[in-house]
Design a protein around this ligand. Structure first.
Ligand code: AP5
Length: 213
């Protein structure tokens, strides 16, 4: 199964990507962590990425897209993957769709982890990452609203959006995601990673506005 988790900072993308990936027996791909690794390079690109991460700005598509597409072409992703933090812009989503299409596959689902700003601030307070400064969190939230949120309509239009209430115990959120996937793509492919199906063959998702809730 090929899946992406979309949500604002602190919504639990990384936490849930590990759990869902383990359940589906596919790798999680933590794009922020891959970028933080690149940011530690003492090259001009590394320094550029470091500056952008520190400000809470998105890294340019030309750097991120190639990195992610190369990662999902690795043999361990043949049966699927769980993306954490990609795509974050429409251009990234289109590049991902085109790339998977050339390989005769497709993204099965995009899970939107819904959470309030207050809960986000509670979760990130004191975590200690360089971009968890109060002002930078505010900027990351703005970046999510302006640049990433349009993806919800993109995936809803394509029948692939699953909206998840991301507030509650970690286990409960995991169960909600698995239930949402089962509802979207059917029990067989949700529980067995090798049975990824194209979205034009899946059953209709819940009809819910991406702006709702
Ligand atoms: P990234 O590392 O992905 O940061 P983020 O999106 O801001 O998200 P976080 O890692 O802060 O939170 P999360 O949603 O993963 O939640 P987590 O599970 O950690 O990206 C960093 C930067 O890289 C971006 O700002 C951008 O600059 C760049 N970047 C990344 N992708 C890019 C792209 N595609 N294009 C361009 N640039 C890109 O949980 C957070 C905390 O909450 C943890 O302490 C956790 O233990 C806790 N928690 C989790 N679930 C629960 C729960 N249910 N209840 C209570 N606490 C919980």
């Amino acid at each position: 199964m090929r899946l992406t988790l979309i949500g604002p900072p602190g919504s639990g993308k990384g936490t849930q990507a590990d759990r869902i990936a383990s359940h589906l027996r596919v790798p999680p791909i933590h794009v922020g962590a891959l970028l933080r690794r690149q940011a530690s390079d003492t090259t001009p690109v590394g320094r550029t990425i470091q500056r952008l991460l520190g400000r809470g700005d998105l890294v340019p598509d030309r750097l991120v897209i190639r990195m992610v597409l190369e990662r999902i072409d690795q043999p361990d992703c043949a049966a699927g993957f769980v993306l954490d933090g990609f795509p974050r812009r429409i251009g990234q989503a289109e590049a991902l769709d085109r790339h998977l299409d050339t390989r005769g596959t497709a993204l099965d689902a995009a899970c939107h982890l819904e959470i309030s700003d207050e809960e986000i601030r509670r979760r990130l307070a004191g975590r200690g990452r360089v971009d968890d400064d109060e002002h930078v969190i505010g900027h990351r939230l703005t970046v999510f609203r302006t640049q990433t949120r349009p993806l919800l309509a993109y995936y809803q239009d394509r029948g692939r959006l699953v909206v998840i209430d991301a507030v509650g115990p970690v286990d409960v959120v995991t169960q909600r995601i698995l239930a949402g996937l089962t509802h979207l793509v059917g029990q067989t492919s949700a529980l067995h990673p090798s049975v990824g199906r194209r979205p034009d063959r899946v059953s209709a998702p819940r009809q819910r506005s991406p702006e709702g809730g």
